[in-house]
Write a protein that binds this ligand. Structure first.
Ligand SMILES: NC(=O)c1ccc[n+]([C@@H]2O[C@H](COP(=O)([O-])OP(=O)(O)OC[C@H]3O[C@@H](n4cnc5c(N)ncnc54)[C@H](O)[C@@H]3O)[C@@H](O)[C@H]2O)c1
Ligand SMILES: [Zn+2]
Length: 366
């Protein structure tokens, strides 16, 4: 089976295609989407993904479909999401004589997607790119058009909105994902269920999704999670309102990640963030305790942490205080109101966070 979900963006419509064997079929998929074979395709991947042969599959498929192919590999890890790596990619594109009608194929997880997408957004004032995600978390990062790189002073500080020409999501590539990357991706799936799809959340809370379920189940669940993100970015591509709902778990999560010096996996930090933020919502009378308990059980069932690590709370609060989401009336948070419904609160106080953190810590010890 293959699922195709069209996404409207300011620059046109693109398809999110989810299914097996898309790596082997991507040359034809490009041609079907009107990419002329006389333009060169340029594949960007990382070392881990390269060793797994996924970029070879893409290159073979593109050559068979009549495209000329150039490619480059960057070191794995978020350190490659940098301006210096972007500069190397610009040079590689120039060496390969990629022109303004060329197309970049980002084969990998969110790091490759963000970096290659940023290079596509800026090379010769912008060329097309296609997301070919290979991680579960990339169901989040490959949709919505946000691309960018990190600066030494912070993550994602330089970037653009540059929607892909297509997202080709081969679910077979997920078979090789290490457990921690699977779990991290599950945190974002659970988040998408909580934000906007009760049936998705219910299917994850009844029993943990096994590391690699049947192809049909995986395709179905990924399509649901992608659809939540698609609905929100279609309504608010440039993050002036609704897109903030996607921050569920990320306000506290980012602070935890930063204080861990990025030693903690992003999805783990988001799981902790969702647990603390659910506790804030309970204390405000926004969320029934029973729903908070289901959220916690679901996260745990997927191997995710729900208790804050033993970090200094003052450091967490300092990060929240410096965060751009700080307004005059308090901190802005996306808080759960029910499974499938999240609302923005703009008046969350320091005291609410302190109490929620402490309560989440004591629940974690139960
Ligand atoms: N643009 C957005 O809207 C958005 C949203 C969320 C996250 N992000 C970004 O996404 C990045 C995180 O994404 P990620 O978790 O996919 O990280 P990643 O791309 O670093 O991948 C994680 C690890 O898995 C490896 N890997 C990738 N595919 C594999 C496979 N099929 N089998 C085995 N190993 C594989 C990678 O080499 C890497 O070591 C961060 O940079 C984050 O800022 C962007
Ligand atoms: Zn995230």
């Amino acid at each position: 089976m293959t699922t195709v979900i069209p996404v409207s963006s300011a620059t046109g419509t693109y398809d999110v295609v989810i299914g097996p064997r898309l790596l082997d079929e991507c040359g034809d998929a490009l041609r079907e989407r009107g990419v002329a074979t006389d333009v060169g395709v340029f594949i960007v991947t990382d070392e881990h993904v390269d060793k797994l042969g996924y970029a070879d599959q893409v290159a073979r498929s593109c050559r068979n479909a009549g495209f000329s192919v150039a490619r480059t590999t960057v070191p794995a890890g978020d350190a490659s999401k940098s301006l210096s790596e972007a500069t190397q990619l610009y040079n590689a594109l120039l060496d390969a004589k990629v022109r303004r009608n060329g197309i970049i194929l980002a084969v990998g997880g969110g790091m490759v997607g963000d970096l290659a997408g940023f290079v596509a957004a800026t090379y010769q004032r912008g060329i097309r790119f296609v997301q070919i995600p290979t991680t579960l978390l990339a169901h989040d990062s490959s949709i919505g058009g946000k691309v960018g790189v990190n600066l030494p002073r912070g993550k994602n500080l330089v970037g653009a909105f540059h929607p892909p020409a297509a997202v080709l999501y081969d679910i077979l590539a997920l078979k090789t994902l290490p457990e921690v990357e699977w779990q991290g991706g599950m945190a974002e799936m659970i988040k998408h269920g909580l934000i906007g799809d009760q049936s998705l959340f219910d299917s994850l809370c009844e029993s943990a999704l096994v590391r690699y379920p049947t192809e049909d189940v995986l395709e179905h669940i990924l399509a649901k999670a992608c659809s939540v993100k698609i609905r929100i970015v279609e309504a608010d591509e440039r993050e002036s309102g609704q897109r903030m709902l996607l921050n569920l778990g990320h306000t506290v999560g980012h602070a935890v990640e930063l204080v861990s010096h990025y030693a903690l996996n992003h999805g783990y930090a988001v799981a902790i963030g969702m647990s603390v933020e659910a506790e804030i919502a309970v204390a405000r009378g926004w969320l029934p305790e029973a729903t908070r308990d289901v959220i916690r059980r679901t996260l745990r069932a997927h191997g995710l942490p729900t208790a804050p690590p033993d970090y200094n709370l003052d450091e967490i609060l300092a990060v929240l205080g410096h965060d751009k989401k700080h307004g005059s009336t308090g901190w802005t948070f996306a808080l759960p109101r029910a499974v499938g419904r999240v609302e923005i609160a703009r008046d969350v106080t320091r005291e609410e966070v302190v109490q929620a953190w402490q309560r989440t810590t004591s629940h974690g010890r139960e």
